[in-house]
Design a protein around this ligand. Structure first.
Ligand code: NAD
Length: 503
């Protein structure tokens, strides 16, 4: 394999505009899940580094140039960062694949453009974020200012490290905040590299700090810190719940993008070839380590057998292979622990009475790596654990249904509400069902499409707040109302005309 040929340089933290070692001097090793070999040493941030980053980000916000600069100037710097991500696309794509195990096709052709797209899209918003002039009384000029929050702590998971930097940092920075970003311990490399590129793009010191380190120490320190104004979190529902409690003490603003168990619904009137492709990429893209993965496939009973046969055939052809090979479409799971968890769920499904129609096994490539076959479990009932719990791997649970009512009931019978897919040729049905699904995103005759312009986030236990699109900017700003007295002699309330607002 080619992974080890070009060594990756040790990765540092980025604090106050410079790559630095951890205050403790500690490092840890990040591993290549496809080869089970070390990639490089990474500076391991601790509580002291979190404090250094907060001091830097605070100073950059309270007295630095970033929130005070002309919006067009902020726009130019963020746009430049988008360009630099594209210019370093080969390097970033390779780092992401080494660190996460996803196919280079995905890292290079999907994640790199998406991360750049975020900086380009939100660069445009710097000059468009505005308050309003609102009518209250002829005696007052009343208007709102849309202001940044201050220091934003962004805590991200290991499945889309590079994308998540774009999803979180780009809108936060566009709104004039400063950011401390904590990548997952497993996959810190692209976030750190983008942090370096941000300095090259001209981001002033302290505006974007990157801290690789353990969630329970560094993440927790950010969440509890009184001088961090907001936490934007993407990760598991359990950690999200914990953060809600930790954030309460400082009344910290919080948005949560959590897990999912998204229904992908195939009606009998669908183009079944297209639906089979959509069902397959819906679950196997990103090795199924995708929060919005279409992991519950609801298939209308009249086409169920035919459809499952098509799907099983596809799954069997999707063989795990070297993630650095551009032809590979199924990479290695991100960690040994994740692989074991996924294989455990396959066994649970079989024990619960599901039928394994494809995959189900570990399949090393060149004798190593945390690879799992593309797996299809048929005959699943919606109450089974494999239908209700997030597996976060290439395992699809197929559940038959009868008619629209049953499809909607089964789709919504779950704690989560992140995304959903509908496959049908009936336009009326597609819109009607889309309205009834409890999910933050619904794809019709498509699955797993994302764009910086389109909001993404959860209903129900999948979280609250939105990433991307104009909506997310509300979560990175606050509104101030300003009342300018045009008429009253201040201090003599007798002069206030009757009916005028007095409080
Ligand atoms: P995780 O919750 O274990 O970790 C996410 C991040 O939180 C990591 O950076 C981790 O270090 C940090 N963290 C852990 N404990 C912490 C604590 N006590 N305080 C502060 N930070 C802490 O999740 P993961 O295993 O990295 O990612 C997988 C999960 O992420 C899945 O459940 C998946 O559905 C979810 N996810 C959701 C979305 C979405 O947009 N909704 C997107 C991607 C992933």
């Amino acid at each position: 394999m080619t992974q080890t040929l070009t060594p990756v340089k040790p990765a540092k933290l980025i604090i106050n505009g410079a790559p630095v070692d951890a205050a403790s001097g500690e490092t840890y090793t990040t591993m290549n899940p496809a080869t089970e070999e070390p990639i490089c040493a990474v500076a391991k941030a601790g509580a002291e580094d979190a404090e250094r980053a907060v001091v830097a980000a605070r100073a950059a916000f309270d007295s630095g140039p970033w929130p005070r600069m002309k919006p067009a100037e902020r726009q130019r710097i963020l746009w430049r960062l988008g360009d630099l991500i594209l210019e370093h696309g080969d390097e970033l794509g390779r780092l992401e694949t080494l660190d996460n195990g996803k196919p280079i096709f995905e890292s290079r052709q999907i994640d790199v453009p998406m991360a750049a797209n975020c900086f380009h899209y939100f660069a445009g918003w710097t000059t468009k974020l505005a308050g309003e002039t609102l009518p209250s009384s002829p005696s007052f000029l009343t208007y709102t200012l849309r202001e940044p929050l201050g220091v934003v702590g962004a805590i991200i998971p290991w499945n889309f490290p590079m994308n998540m930097v774009g999803w979180k940092a780009a809108p936060a920075l566009a709104a004039g905040n400063t950011v401390i970003l904590k990548p997952a311990e497993l996959t810190p490399l692209t976030a750190i590299r983008i942090g370096e590129l941000a300095l090259e793009a001209g981001l002033p010191p302290g505006v974007l700090n990157i801290l690789a380190g353990p969630g329970a120490i560094v993440g927790e320190a950010l969440v509890r810190h009184p001088r961090v104004d907001k936490i934007s979190f993407t990760g598991s529902t359990d950690v999200g719940k914990h953060l809600m409690r930790s954030a309460a003490d400082t009344v910290k603003k919080l948005t949560l993008e959590l897990g999912g168990k998204s229904p992908n619904i195939v009606f009998a009137d669908a183009d079944l070839e297209a639906a089979a492709r959509g069902a397959s990429t819906g679950i196997f893209y990103g090795k199924g380590e995708v929060c919005a993965a279409g992991s519950r496939l609801l298939v209308e009973r009249s086409v169920h057998d035919e459809f499952v046969a098509k799907l099983a055939e596809r799954a069997k052809k999707l063989v795990p292979a070297d993630p650095l090979d551009p032809k590979t479409r199924l990479g290695a799971l991100a960690s040994k622990g994740q692989m074991e968890k996924v294989l455990g769920y396959v066994q649970t499904g079989v024990r619960e009475g599901a039928r394994l129609v494809a995959g189900g096994e570990r399949q090393p490539v060149n004798g190593r790596g945390w690879f799992v076959q593309a797996t299809v479990l048929d005959g699943v009932e919606n109450k089974m654990r494999v239908a209700q719990e997030e597996i976060f791997g290439p395992v699809l649970a197929v559940i038959p249904f009868d008619g629209v009512e049953d499809a909607v009931a089964k789709a919504n019978d779950i704690l989560y509400g992140l995304a959903a897919g509908i496959w049908t040729r009936d336009v009326k049905k597609s819109h009607a069902v889309a309205r009834r699904l409890q999910a933050g995103t619904v794809w019709v005759n498509a699955y797993n499409f994302y764009d910086a312009a389109i909001p993404f986030g959860g209903y129900k236990a999948s979280g609250f707040g939105r990433d991307l699109g104009p909506d997310c900017l509300r979560d990175y700003t606050q509104v101030k109302s300003v009342w300018v007295n045009l008429e009253y002699a201040w201090g003599s309330w007798e002069t206030v005309p009757q009916g005028a607002p007095t409080q």
